[in-house]
Design a binder for this molecule. Structure first.
Ligand code: ZN
Length: 458
């Protein structure tokens, strides 16, 4: 049976449609979209629907360590990305498949509560605790898809090719769960992952290289040759040490080397890309490649500030991700991104808006379109007939929203909002979170607590 939802408003590429009548087919796809009633309304929603946020970079298991690497008993010791990574490795080594799935399910429920409707999972914990393959090569990836299905979020599983311990170095013992011995081994994993994705209609796959330090040149070439039209994800130039190590090994900076060595195009999603020369900024923009920025994690890890202003001026495109999940609020990711620029330039209008100067709209639009590309989805319509209704609904009764003219709604949300401003999140036409509550949350929380108490890490 079809449903007809009436929203107070719905954001289209041409502005707000107020009110908005959305008729859905049995699969949750939009059958009709209009400002006038064409069929009997089955539900009135006192809110403004905007497209669901796209989370373009996630390592789900790291959610379990949120807040655990923040105690620094010796202020004279060096605590940085590399010491954080030791804590992260210890957790990655301790998880069994059930625990891995329970953590991911909890995380995805929380993502939906914050307005994300799709996540790209940059997944590298492939093997068992001894580093041996599971009988099903994609066992752990399949668990992520199962977690996404339980939570009701869309997922792009990006199995990651991880081969080395550093430029020209063998992997260390603690990396044993991540390692593919060869490009062939990785490509088999990719095929198994594609097969696993067939079990969920909102799942697909991407191709991923952990970083230039983690895979050698020939193997990257062999993997890229199989990418075809898949989105390609890679961590790059996140840390200064990575840049100097790359200069030592390849005599070029990471992004410089990538651009000079491979046919980098619009299917590429360069995660972080924090440390760039001017020519690298221009090179990424000209190639059409996207960057994936994870401001809360990058801030937490002390990575640095991406040269956003210069990149945007050259037509560069970016999406957002929550990476380690120290923050899960997409509005906060946009704010931190913008405020990093304001704080360093002493100017307020650092988000470039092509149309009407509305920075909130600009941030939402950029993160949506580039985020969808990171999922292998080139659709630029916010909502359209034939497309699934994937939306987050802003509460029309939230005090600042209730008193805003429509042109102020998005910036009010982006600059002063949080999850309490949402009425809920809809995926494929169904409420996954309604009035702040995910429908399966009770069981998901108890499984999460059970797994975390077994692990004894918190
Ligand atoms: Zn990452």
């Amino acid at each position: 049976m079809s449903k007809v939802l009436k929203f107070e408003g719905l954001l289209t590429n041409n502005g707000w449609l107020c009110p908005a009548y959305v008729e859905l087919d049995a699969d949750g796809n939009i059958y009709s979209l209009s400002q006038s009633e064409s069929a009997a309304v089955t539900e009135y929603v006192n809110g403004y629907a905007i497209p669901g946020f796209q989370n373009a970079h996630s390592h789900s298991f790291q959610y379990a360590m949120s807040g655990l690497a923040e105690i620094h008993p010796d202020p004279t010791s060096q605590d940085d990305f590399w010491s954080w990574r030791e804590t992260m490795y210890n957790i990655a080594l301790s998880l069994d498949p059930d625990q891995f799935e329970h953590i991911a399910t909890m995380l995805y429920v929380e993502m939906l509560s914050h307005g994300y409707t799709h996540v790209a999972e940059f997944h590298y914990v492939h093997h068992d605790k001894d580093g041996k393959r599971y009988t099903n090569h994609a066992e752990m990836g399949e668990r992520l898809i199962s977690a996404a299905k339980t939570a009701g979020i869309g997922i792009t599983l990006v199995p990651i090719f991880y081969q080395k311990g550093g430029f020209g170095q063998d992997p260390v013992e603690k990396q044993r769960r991540f390692i593919s011995a060869s490009a062939q081994d990785y490509l088999e994993l990719l095929i198994s992952s594609e097969k696993a994705s067939e079990s969920y209609s909102k799942a697909n796959v991407g191709l991923g290289i952990h970083s230039l330090r983690a895979v050698d040149k020939e193997s990257i070439s062999a993997a890229f040759a199989e990418a075809k039209n898949l989105p390609v994800h890679i961590h790059i130039a996140e840390q200064l040490k990575e840049v100097t190590d790359c200069l030592d090994f390849y005599e070029q900076r990471p992004v410089e080397w990538l651009l000079n060595t491979f046919d980098v195009n619009h299917n590429f999603h360069l995660v972080h890309a924090t440390h760039l020369s001017d020519s690298e900024v221009a090179g990424i923009a000209q190639s059409g490649a996207h960057v994936v920025l994870c401001p809360s994690t990058e801030g937490n890890l002390g990575d640095g500030i991406f040269p956003l202003q210069s990149f945007q001026q050259q037509g560069g495109k970016w999406s957002i991700g929550t990476d380690s999940h120290i923050g899960l609020n997409p509005l906060e990711e946009l704010r931190i991104l913008d405020y990093g620029q304001r704080l360093t330039t002493h100017r307020r209008n650092q988000f470039i808006s092509s149309s009407n100067g509305d920075t909130g709209l600009f941030g939402v639009d950029m993160a949506l379109k580039a985020g969808r590309k990171a999922m292998g989805n080139g659709n630029k319509n916010y909502f359209a007939v034939g497309q699934p209704l994937d939306a987050v609904v802003v509460d029309a009764q939230a005090p600042l929203i209730a008193t805003s003219r429509s042109e102020h709604i998005l910036s009010t949300l982006v600059y002063s909002g949080d999850r309490s401003h949402f009425k809920g999140t809809i995926v494929n036409g169904d409420w996954k979170v309604k009035e702040g509550r995910h429908l399966q949350k009770g069981e998901v929380v108890s499984n999460f607590i059970k797994s975390l108490s077994e692990l004894k890490i918190r």
